[in-house]
Design a protein around this ligand. Structure first.
Ligand SMILES: [Zn+2]
Length: 314
């Protein structure tokens, strides 16, 4: 601390009786007070706090410091050694003195930077919502995001994942943060996250993208449709179907336009119906039908025979 100049100001009603003691009270050497207030008080047959009161009433220590920022000289007044030492302790060698005006400007600039950073984050979150950046998240991460949006706090969120290893749930949370959909709040860097916030529009815009089922690729492609129709066990009324159920084919089946198909239905046990739809080409492929195929007038008969054979194979 560079004291450019310092002086003691006495009030008009300061009596000579105290003047010397006050001068001794304020005596500085290398910014250190030479005399202890308690020693001076004893000399005057006073308590230390009584002397402090007298000094504060009758005098002021005024000194000047150069602001390292604006390079202006600032006058500072103190009423006690403690106040002076307090200012001194605030101004450390590595921290040059900065006047109140400059300190205010610095704080304002800091606040502005914080505000700018905040707006930047909001913009990022807005564009993440517009770009549906949750699409880049895995299904599990999307479920975590859904739960973030529908739980009140981290404690409740983690409760939902009490059987999930901590690292897995946190990795998901960080991943969601990395795509700008949420903000994680910490008291200091490295400390635990105490709050998760998000843009107001996220809840209304986000919907979990169901994972795309892996596309099955089949080595075998067929153009014959064969399936069993199960009886509808509980037909409610005349409009209810006789057969109903769910079908699942292991292979791709292609039915082509403008091609003749033979269809056949066979009764099976439990009143089930076995249905086949076969391209008429198959008829000619059947070895026993080769000859008949050459006789178009017998096509109906051939079909019947073909279907009978098919029935045996089923
Ligand atoms: Zn300044």
């Amino acid at each position: 601390m560079k004291i450019i100049n310092y002086k003691i100001l006495f009030s008009d009603d300061c009596t000579p009786e105290y003047k010397n003691s006050i001068i001794e009270y304020w005596k500085l050497q290398n910014n250190l007070f030479v005399n202890k207030p308690s020693d001076l008080a004893t000399e005057l047959d006073l308590e230390a706090h009584q002397l402090s009161k007298i000094v504060a009433e009758l005098s002021t220590l005024e000194f000047e410091i150069l602001c390292e920022m604006c390079k202006k000289i600032n006058t500072i007044s103190v009423k006690s050694q403690a106040s002076f030492n307090n200012i001194k302790s605030k101004i450390k060698k590595e921290h040059p003195y900065i006047c109140d005006t400059c300190a205010f400007d610095i704080r304002q600039a800091e606040l502005l930077a914080i505000e700018k950073e905040k707006l930047k984050k909001i913009e990022k979150q807005k564009s993440a919502i517009e770009n549906k950046s949750w699409k880049s998240l895995k299904y599990f991460e999307q479920k975590v995001l859904h739960n973030i949006l529908h739980t009140k706090n981290i404690k409740m969120l983690l409760k939902l994942y009490k059987d999930t290893p901590n690292s897995i749930i946190w990795n998901a949370i960080y991943k969601i943060r990395d795509v700008d959909l949420i903000e994680l709040h910490q008291f200091s860097e490295g400390s635990s996250v105490y709050k998760i916030t998000h843009h107001n529009d996220l809840k209304g815009s986000f919907a979990i993208e169901e994972p795309a089922k892996p596309k099955a690729t089949y080595d075998v492609q067929t153009n014959e449709l064969k399936f069993r129709l199960t009886k509808n066990e509980f037909p409610k009324d005349i409009d209810s179907p006789i057969y109903s159920g769910i079908l699942n084919f292991p292979n791709e089946i292609t039915l082509q336009a403008n091609i003749d198909y033979i269809f056949g239905g066979w009764r099976r046990s439990n009143n089930e119906l076995y249905l086949t739809i076969t391209p008429i080409d198959q008829l000619y492929k059947a070895p026993q039908q080769k000859l008949i195929s050459k006789q178009p007038q017998h096509i109906q008969e051939s079909i019947q025979k073909f279907l009978k054979q098919l029935n045996k194979k089923i």
